[in-house]
Ligand binder design. Sequence first.
Ligand SMILES: *[C@@H]1O[C@H](CO)[C@@H](O)[C@H](O)[C@H]1NC(C)=O
Ligand SMILES: *[C@@H]1O[C@H](CO)[C@@H](O)[C@H](O)[C@H]1NC(C)=O
Ligand SMILES: *[C@@H]1O[C@H](CO)[C@@H](O)[C@H](O)[C@H]1NC(C)=O
Ligand SMILES: *[C@@H]1O[C@H](CO)[C@@H](O)[C@H](O)[C@H]1NC(C)=O
Ligand SMILES: *[C@@H]1O[C@H](CO)[C@@H](O)[C@H](O)[C@H]1NC(C)=O
Ligand SMILES: *[C@@H]1O[C@H](CO)[C@@H](O)[C@H](O)[C@H]1NC(C)=O
Ligand SMILES: *[C@@H]1O[C@H](CO)[C@@H](O)[C@H](O)[C@H]1NC(C)=O
Ligand SMILES: *[C@@H]1O[C@H](CO)[C@@H](O)[C@H](O)[C@H]1NC(C)=O
Ligand SMILES: *[C@@H]1O[C@H](CO)[C@@H](O)[C@H](O)[C@H]1NC(C)=O
Ligand SMILES: *[C@@H]1O[C@H](CO)[C@@H](O)[C@H](O)[C@H]1NC(C)=O
Ligand SMILES: *[C@@H]1O[C@H](CO)[C@@H](O)[C@H](O)[C@H]1NC(C)=O
Ligand SMILES: *[C@@H]1O[C@H](CO)[C@@H](O)[C@H](O)[C@H]1NC(C)=O
Length: 762
Amino acid sequence: MAMHYNAILLCWLSFTTVFSQTDNYIVHMDVSAMPKAFSSQRTWHLATLSSVFAGSKARSTTNITASAKLLYSYTHVISGFSAHLSSYELETLKNSPGYISSIKDLPVKLDTTHSPAFLGLSFNSGAGAWNVSNYGEDIIIGVVDTGVWPESESYSDKGISKIPERWKGECESGIQFNTSLCNNKLIGARFFNKGLIARNPKITLSMNSTRDTVGHGTHTSSTAAGNFVEGASYFGYAPGTASGVAPRAHVAMYKALWEEGAYTSDIIAAIDRAIIDGVDVLSISLGLNGFTLNEDPVALATFAAMENNIFVSTSAGNDGPFPGSLHNGAPWVLTVAAGTTDREFNGVLTLGNGVSVTGIALYRGNFSSIQIPIVFKGECFDLQDLFDAKQINIVVCEEGNTSLEDQFENIGIANVTGAIFITNSIDLESFIPTQFPAIFVNPKDGETIKSYINSSSKPQANMEFKKTNLDNKLAPSLTSYSSRGPSLSCPSVLKPDIMAPGSLILAAWPENILLELINADGTFRNFNLESGTSMACPHTAGVAALLKKAHPDWSPAAIRSAMMTTADTTDHTFGPIKDIGYANQPATPLDMGAGQINPNKALDPGLIYDVNSTDYVKLLCALNFTKEQIQTITKSPSNDCSSPSLDLNYPSFLAYFNARDSESNMTTVQEFHRTVTNVGEEMSTYTANLTRMKGLNISVTPSKLEFKAKNEKLSYKLVIEGPRKIEEGTIFGYLSWVDSKDKYVVKSPIAVTSLLLDTIGS
Ligand SMILES: *[C@@H]1O[C@H](CO)[C@@H](O)[C@H](O)[C@H]1NC(C)=O
Ligand SMILES: *[C@@H]1O[C@H](CO)[C@@H](O)[C@H](O)[C@H]1NC(C)=O
Ligand SMILES: *[C@@H]1O[C@H](CO)[C@@H](O)[C@H](O)[C@H]1NC(C)=O
Ligand SMILES: *[C@@H]1O[C@H](CO)[C@@H](O)[C@H](O)[C@H]1NC(C)=O
Ligand SMILES: *[C@@H]1O[C@H](CO)[C@@H](O)[C@H](O)[C@H]1NC(C)=O
Ligand SMILES: *[C@@H]1O[C@H](CO)[C@@H](O)[C@H](O)[C@H]1NC(C)=O
Ligand SMILES: *[C@@H]1O[C@H](CO)[C@@H](O)[C@H](O)[C@H]1NC(C)=O
Ligand SMILES: *[C@@H]1O[C@H](CO)[C@@H](O)[C@H](O)[C@H]1NC(C)=O
Ligand SMILES: *[C@@H]1O[C@H](CO)[C@@H](O)[C@H](O)[C@H]1NC(C)=O
Ligand SMILES: *[C@@H]1O[C@H](CO)[C@@H](O)[C@H](O)[C@H]1NC(C)=O
Ligand SMILES: *[C@@H]1O[C@H](CO)[C@@H](O)[C@H](O)[C@H]1NC(C)=O
Ligand SMILES: *[C@@H]1O[C@H](CO)[C@@H](O)[C@H](O)[C@H]1NC(C)=O
């Protein structure tokens, strides 16, 4: 289903290694056990490794072996190192002073002009986020990805301020990459592959440098912060001026994902380096499914980023629409779901009687303007019949007992001249970048086509492509592939957090890499359309850059809060945002989080819910992680677990009413405590407004918050009372704090669920 836009993922997944008894390990060490004699953690790590090898080898060679086996000595992200070890050596290492725990290095998968305008960012809005932040000027966005194609116009530094003095990063030289390729836009370029190479010693790297040979990193980084490029388009579709969300921000690329594979040891090293270099925002469009917070390298590494005041945007994953399918559910990052934009790509079928029918299409070629015969072939399941029809005809297929997938495949095999698919499906995104001329029409238009064919003695038609319609009122909708909550790694915090554009996003592409969506005909372009939560994540990273510029004193949690409490929950029809994965039913907070990001509103949210590292530690304690497990996340040997609490000061609410209890008709009560900080006007009064939630008693005390000063903090309590078993499975609602001047609505989603966590997820 999702195969078109996941083609890149597959090349990572299919990457296999020859079995060997050695492996890469990420080793957590207790830095308080480091003897004072060592000048740095690295020398301590080397000495620790040396003593492991000392048993088996001559002393003179152990130091050499140690430095060869040490992949990275980490400093910020975790306290410890990664090394290539045999299982025997690992066992020996476990007896070393300061050893806490270790995990095996793991392969990782990546989760691809118009979107800033769709988000309400434009030149001439006097008060918008672009204006107030000066397009994100001076902010540094670090991107951990497949590298960058520095020649792309999106990295032109025209109009970009000079490199901030605090910047400690570098533009590393390598194959087809030297420092002169960086400029005031692309200010950093580093690459990390020691883990990949240790796991695969015989590997030949296609490009041993930060240069992108995949396209993904060029696309995500230019989505976040690409400069303005006029005349961008995808074969005539989506024409216009392309730009990133924060077009004047600086970009630093950390290449840790390779065409040949990707490993967590390299990703941790990349994030470690980004923290040292001084990025302000990190965009991480990758993730690992099924790991606990203390073992998930992205969760570990991003905790350190949060402590260093770096905002981290991550992708929820492309494993939807199933509950519990998301990754990157750590409470200290922003977890981003993918939505559609209002941009629709069309083709037009003009029948011999002059009647035109418009449908969905993304065919890149041209079609002959002369009319050719059109035939109706029912469900298009008889291949021989299609072969007979192929040369001179436009073949019309209608969905029925034969699925659209099967029809699509048959038409592809038959190599028809042109095809019309009559379908009810609302989830066409993965089909439409066709290799053959094809238009997808709805059943109503299908009737028009069928009755023309049936009534004409010599039915004919022609097709036109490359039409772009910017008026799809059902936008934004949640995509079906976007991974869903709850977060199995931290179930008490509602995830995902927010939705951003992820479908068919136009952004820069390496000009010598075959376009991914359709790659058979050897076409190269400097812009490409890609889909996935990978594409949604850099949008929010760009918004974070704008907010950070406008509010330099805001913490990462404050920025996240501003995004979430001002998100839109309605589409352009003013109805609730729909979920393509569930037949256009309203998307719930467990699917899209707080809603569609709205950067202009996020600039001035009124109130914020702030969280700091102490609060996250209290949460980890309440999640029953052991002392050592918490230490692997925080690096600190002393974590105060005297007041554990699952009740994080988060701008959303998720309550579990356990249906497994025998007395399922008894009532249960859950309380949430929150503290909001006034970042709006000095004197302001907010009143709580709750949506009705069927079968539940919900109350807020106090129901009025009266602020007398800026940055004043006030607390409230939300109490939810209801039956142990929620008949509907999950009930949703919203708590909004509305200020008396009607300027601010600070909105939080509420979900009350009977979901049993151990029965969901992959
Ligand atoms: C090995 O490293 C240790 C500590 O780093 C050092 O004291 C020792 O001299 C080194 N040995 C050799 C043979 O280089
Ligand atoms: C912001 O808007 C004001 C008023 O329209 C304008 O004078 C100013 O130049 C704008 N700033 C930017 C960075 O666009
Ligand atoms: C890649 O380049 C770095 C220096 O830029 C070099 O140290 C390393 O050996 C190279 N690795 C491979 C596999 O070519
Ligand atoms: C860097 O590479 C560019 C293009 O490949 C080349 O023109 C330039 O001379 C190189 N600069 C240095 C300092 O090597
Ligand atoms: C398609 O038509 C456009 C103009 O209508 C032309 O510029 C373009 O070269 C054509 N493409 C192909 C592949 O023939
Ligand atoms: C689909 O299959 C059902 C049951 O096999 C059959 O009754 C029905 O006529 C079929 N529909 C079409 C359009 O072929
Ligand atoms: C499909 O048909 C066209 C012309 O009808 C031909 O040029 C092309 O080679 C065919 N492709 C395949 C894969 O058979
Ligand atoms: C074609 O028309 C005939 C008679 O008008 C009708 O019986 C038949 O169902 C029609 N077929 C289609 C595919 O619309
Ligand atoms: C976090 O905030 C609490 C008050 O809400 C404060 O007591 C604590 O010291 C803060 N922790 C850090 C690391 O700033
Ligand atoms: C943690 O352990 C305590 C005591 O065993 C238990 O009551 C609580 O439900 C556990 N919490 C979680 C989140 O599993
Ligand atoms: C709950 O159900 C049990 C048996 O189904 C019944 O005996 C009891 O009265 C019910 N309690 C309430 C509060 O409705
Ligand atoms: C309060 O919420 C209701 C919906 O539950 C909404 O109709 C109403 O407009 C809200 N009031 C304010 C002041 O936002």
